[in-house]
Design a protein. Structure first.
Length: 530
């Protein structure tokens, strides 16, 4: 019986696909300066476009200067091409990207869906009108529209509204899209993810009582945002909520906040005051440390350039991610340190740890932090001298922080961990000693000025992304003993024209040299090996 049912279902879907293929005709055309293409049946989702018959998507435009800046730009709900009328149902990703002359956009009734980034980099855009027919709006809608101050949703729209003339788009008490002119209504409960992302004209925001959650990247990259007022009702601040708000100088965390995600202030270079309400049971700013500490386990989860690493902190947990600091002194209470705790901290010059710390120490003159046995270098900086006896460079130990033009790693090092020297612009040459047996993924990725690598090491495998995006890498001699080069190992090394491959090489995974001038010679090498 089940076999019969499966056969019937198979036959049904086969016939449906044949009918769909027969009735669906792909179209692509340009009319009145706009570019259109067909909507594919079955790929629009039940929430957005239900009828795709003769329906098209607006994909782009011919010229950014073909529209009259003195008049609102009307996006029509239909278009005639070669005598046939097509219904415009969807505005595609980046469809209205970079229209410098347009100040106002009006979407006509009939349009159903507006995709992510549909309107972005429109530097003079001031107002947008959303019709009642729209039932699917992506929250990453108005990226880099610094002058946008007015958003109006038709009052008859059943899914979205801009209640109380708030100049925002709200869905079921969640503010999903805001602008420079937004006044958040008292009825809003959540600020959605990406709601104010890249609103570079936003200088101040008052979040009213009643709001309980601020979403992922909600105010990220708001470069002019200087003042933020958080309500006492707030309970949750999600990942990167205020990341790269480079004008923000202070923040106060209310007493009911009980869930703060990672990196909420990453890249906030001006931030110098972080204070948690003293009545908060979950987080604190003990001893006026200018940071956020999770009370239950004494973990620093958010920091700024004025943060003090006070005694009693036990873990740093990426609290300094993207913070501009020059000196670090780790107290004796800290039990765990990793390079990732200081990801993006490129200007560290001095590192030390309290001599009484039971887990770590800083050899005199090294400007580095090592495990107590001296075998693992946990954290380095721009002035680090790698001490003798180190066998392992830990993950992200020098990520973005190495200023050596000619990096010669000392004999004795056996392991170079994940992204240990990634994102360093100073490094031009690297010498890897004969003692190294393991180099992990991304170890030297994005070292954009790296030109030459000298391998003295007997490693057997070059892992994925080890040297990816080293755009100036032109000389590398893969030594005898290497058996495998994994996918993406040298991806994006756009100057790597010549490479010596050893006789011991048994496998080069697809994409290992993607985007490299030497890619064809590598393919010839593979054919010869076969």
């Amino acid at each position: 019986m089940w076999v019969t049912k499966i056969l019937h279902l198979t036959l049904f879907f086969t016939c449906w696909m044949i009918c769909t293929i027969q009735t669906y005709a792909d179209v692509h055309f340009i009319e009145n300066g706009f570019e259109y293409s067909s909507l594919i049946p079955g790929q629009c989702g039940q929430f957005c476009v239900k009828d795709t018959t003769d329906a098209v998507m607006l994909k782009g435009y011919v010229s950014p200067y073909s529209f009259d800046s003195c008049q609102p730009l009307h996006i029509p709900a239909s278009v005639v091409h070669n005598g046939k009328t097509y219904k415009i149902k969807e505005i595609g990703e980046n469809a209205l990207f970079g229209l410098p002359c347009v100040e106002s956009i009006i979407f006509d009734e009939g349009i159903v869906k507006i995709d992510a980034y549909a309107i972005c980099h429109c530097t003079n855009l001031k107002s947008v009108y959303i019709p009642a027919s729209v039932n699917n709006i992506h929250n990453s809608l108005f990226l880099y529209c610094p002058n946008l101050t007015e958003i109006v949703v038709n009052p008859d729209n059943e899914n979205y509204d801009s209640r109380d003339h708030c100049n925002a788009i709200i869905y079921d008490d969640e503010l999903i899209v805001g602008c420079n002119g937004t006044k958040i209504p008292d009825s809003v409960k959540e600020i959605g993810e990406y709601a104010f992302l890249c609103r570079n004209g936003l200088e101040e925001i008052i979040i009213p009582e009643g709001v309980i959650s601020i979403g992922l990247c909600a105010f990220a990259n708001c470069g002019s945002l200087r003042r933020v007022s958080l309500p006492s009702s707030l309970e949750e601040i999600k990942l990167d909520a205020f990341a790269s708000c480079t004008s923000l100088d202070s923040i106060f965390i209310p007493k009911q906040v009980n869930n703060i995600y990672d990196n909420i202030f990453s890249g906030c270079t001006r931030l110098s005051s972080i204070v948690v309400d003293k009545e908060n049971k979950y987080y604190d700013s003990r001893l006026d440390c200018n940071g956020i500490i999770r009370t239950k386990d004494s973990t620093l989860i958010a920091a700024c350039k004025a943060t003090k690493l006070v005694e009693s902190i036990k873990d740093l947990y990426a609290g300094f991610d993207g913070v501009t600091i020059h000196t670090i002194r780790i107290p004796k209470s800290v039990k765990h340190i990793s390079g990732g705790d200081f990801s993006g901290c490129k200007e560290i010059d001095n590192i030390s740890v309290d001599p009484e710390n039971p887990e770590y120490f800083s050899p005199e003159g090294s400007n580095a932090i090592l495990t107590k046995d001296g075998k693992e270098l946990v954290l380095g900086c721009r002035t680090t001298i790698i001490p003798a006896g180190v066998e392992e460079i830990n993950s992200e130990a020098f990520n973005g922080r190495c200023t050596d033009i000619a990096l010669t790693l000392p004999e004795g090092i056996k392991t170079i961990d994940f992204a240990a020297f990634a994102n360093n612009k100073s490094i031009c040459t690297v010498t890897i000693p004969s003692t190294v047996t393991d180099i992990d993924r991304h170890a030297f990725s994005n070292c954009e000025n790296l030109q030459a690598v000298q391998f003295l090491a007997p490693i057997e495998e070059i892992f994925p992304y080890t040297f990816c995006n080293c755009k100036n890498l032109s000389i590398i001699n893969i030594p005898e003993g290497v058996k495998a080069i994994d996918t993406k190992a040298f991806e994006g090394c756009t100057n790597l024209k010549n490479i010596h491959l050893p006789s011991t090489l048994e496998e080069i995974e697809e994409g290992a040299f993607e985007g490299c001038p030497c890619e064809e010679s590598v393919k010839r090498f593979i054919k010869q090996k076969k």
